[in-house]
Ligand binder design. Structure first.
Ligand code: GLY
Length: 592
């Protein structure tokens, strides 16, 4: 037990430096960013967000983290494209205007509901460890974990990107529009230039030293040596050329072509911290279809991404532990927060022990989300105090499960896209390059990920291996939780968020907000956050969540107050569509 508490303390201590960097930008209000000048539907969407109103529509809807990207998706949907077509247009635009969070150098997970069949499919476009890595990837000569940013910055942290392959796969399976036409708007804006948003400018300023570590990255984000400022028109002709090649050659340009060769050269040539990614790693990359993980919650099925993501399992476990409790008194009731917080701790204890890439270690997914297991585990919540200690449980399994607890650091970056098309198809995709600005390496106009730092830095503990240790060809564990909630087999909600390992808490709160607190989708994005992962309770500073500090402390919780910059994008699906965009970021919702 002591061991687990110590692990939690180490994890939290290890995150401080990184967390401070990630939180340097205060949440901006709705409308910030000069996006009003885009006019029309965008201005109306900004107004709705500022007023705290959901956007309503009858036919189709798209919600994402930047108005340019949402507009690109909306234009595709308006001309009859599918949610898959719109997803491609949104992602390639995000790679231009929100380059710090996701892009062609990263990876993503998609949850897809197909209206014609009623089936939920999940696609894994996660970055993958090069064949030449070893479990000691992030350790020094003595086997001690590297400092976080010593691991992140440079080539060592770069996994084989999955996003280009995922976009091509999504389009091949479910797209209806001409591929090149979906890349065209981002290509044009890259050439014409876009106004740098306050959020991007703030993040560049806060990360300037690390961005200087690579010449190409510095030249783009710090032209003339100074960080780009908000409102500066930034052109990215290299990205336009990349999209032109992607349009002509498809994903082959990345997994065997000239762009792939440039990625490898950039990673292997990174000064001071080169990586081992090779052209073979790119050539063997595959998008993987995985079984959807759909644990029950009340009369709903909460469908999400299984391993290598811990998202759906952890979200399902937290909801499973809450199932027997009445949460209707709302987010400011300390008793509701006690239950949610300790349910989070129970789920994170299992996550740290068992969750990893299931192609490499047997992950007891069905045992972990078995309602009987979750109910048994939730019995410890029958108290009025914070749990003194939390340990992993013993889910039903069919393989040996002798793993040590994980030690990895995950920071808030990432982006979430929710889309419903006129045919009723639903896409919920969370996409990332991991840390803000990823590895800080840039090639062909896009940033390369640092996703490999989502592996545990410790490969073993007391001689026992960690399930989520780095291994050749393995995919690092994720917290991304793109989710589609169904009722009687029909989709009722698409939801997801960025936020590192806090994604899980953000998504749980949004689902509870809609189902238990009766909130509309915009209100559900805006609820003041209280998130508990490893033991300490994080309360969102400057919000009414701080009123929970005294009662939660009296219950025995350790409490921190901090910025909690989720980026929730929700679409409610019923008689019509309703959309909500997180007021903490720049995203909007458009629909018709
Ligand atoms: N790197 C963010 C995540 O995969 O959870």
């Amino acid at each position: 037990m002591k061991h687990l508490v110590l692990t939690a303390a180490l994890l939290l201590a290890g995150t401080v430096e990184a967390q401070q960097a990630a939180d340097t930008v205060a949440p901006e209000g709705a409308g910030a960013g000069g996006f009003e000048e885009m006019g029309g539907a965008v201005a109306a969407a900004l107004d709705a967000k500022a007023a705290g109103r959901p956007v309503e529509a009858a036919e189709w809807m798209v919600a994402a983290a930047n108005p340019h990207a949402v507009k690109a998706g909306a234009d595709v949907l308006a001309r009859g494209g599918t949610a898959a077509d719109a997803l491609v247009a949104v992602q390639v635009m995000l790679g231009l205007v929100e380059p710090q969070s996701s892009g062609l150098g990263g990876g993503a997970f998609l949850v897809w509901y197909e209206a014609a069949t009623g089936e939920v499919t999940t696609l894994d476009g996660r970055e993958t460890a090069p064949l030449a890595v070893t479990p000691r990837l992030f350790q020094d000569a003595e086997g001690e974990p590297l400092k976080f940013f010593d691991a992140v910055v440079g080539g060592r942290s770069v996994g084989t990107p999955g996003t280009p392959a995922l976009l091509a796969e999504v389009h091949a399976r479910w797209g209806s529009q001409d591929w090149a036409s979906l890349l065209q708007p981002a290509q044009e804006l890259a050439r014409a230039g876009f106004a740098v948003s306050p959020r991007l400018a703030g993040l560049v300023a806060g990360d300037a030293e690390r961005l200087r570590s690579s010449d190409a990255t510095a030249a783009y984000f710090l032209p003339g040596g100074a960080p780009v400022s908000a409102g500066t028109v930034l052109k990215n002709p290299d990205y336009a050329a990349t999209l032109e090649t992607f349009a002509a050659q498809g994903a082959a340009a990345f997994y065997g072509g000239s762009i792939g060769r440039d990625i490898v050269a950039t990673v292997q040539g990174a000064e001071g911290n080169p990586g081992v990614l090779s052209e073979v790693d790119l050539a063997i990359y595959r998008v993987k279809e995985r079984p959807a993980v759909c644990p029950p919650y009340r009369e709903y099925q909460v469908c999400g991404m299984g391993p290598p993501s811990s998202g759906a399992v952890a979200v399902g476990q937290i909801l499973g532990a809450l199932e027997g409790h009445d949460l209707s008194s709302g987010p400011l009731d300390p008793e509701v927060r006690r239950l949610m917080g300790d349910a989070g701790r129970l789920a994170f204890a299992d996550r740290g022990r068992y969750l990893a890439d299931s192609d490499f270690v047997p992950v007891p997914v069905s045992g972990l989300i078995d309602p009987a297991y979750m109910a048994e585990r939730a019995k410890v919540l029958e108290t009025d105090r914070s749990l003194e200690s939390v340990a992993p449980g013993n889910p039903t399994f069919d393989h040996a499960l002798n793993w040590a607890d994980d030690e990895s650091i995950e920071l808030p970056s990432t982006s979430h896209i929710s889309i419903v098309d006129a045919a009723g198809n639903v896409a919920s995709m969370t996409t990332t390059i991991e840390n803000a600005f990823g590895s800080r390496l840039m090639t062909n106009g896009f940033l390369l990920n640092n996703e490999l730092t989502d592996f545990s830095f410790r490969s073993h503990r007391d001689g026992v291996p960690v399930a989520n240790r780095a291994e050749p060809g393995k995919r690092p564990r994720s917290s991304m939780a793109p989710t589609i909630v169904l009722r009687d087999g029909q989709p009722v909600l698409a939801v997801g968020s960025p936020g590192g390992s806090r994604i899980i808490g953000y998504v749980v709160q949004a689902i509870v907000g809609v189902i238990d607190w009766g909130l509309d989708v915009q209100q559900a994005t805006a609820v003041a956050h209280a998130v508990n992962r490893f033991g300490a309770y994080d309360l969102e500073e400057g919000t009414e969540a701080v009123t929970l500090e005294a009662p939660l402390t009296a219950m025995g919780f350790e409490v921190n107050t901090r910025a909690l910059t989720s980026g929730l994008h929700l679409i409610g699906i019923g008689e019509g569509l309703t959309g909500g965009a997180d007021p903490r970021r720049e995203g909007i919702v458009l629909g018709e």
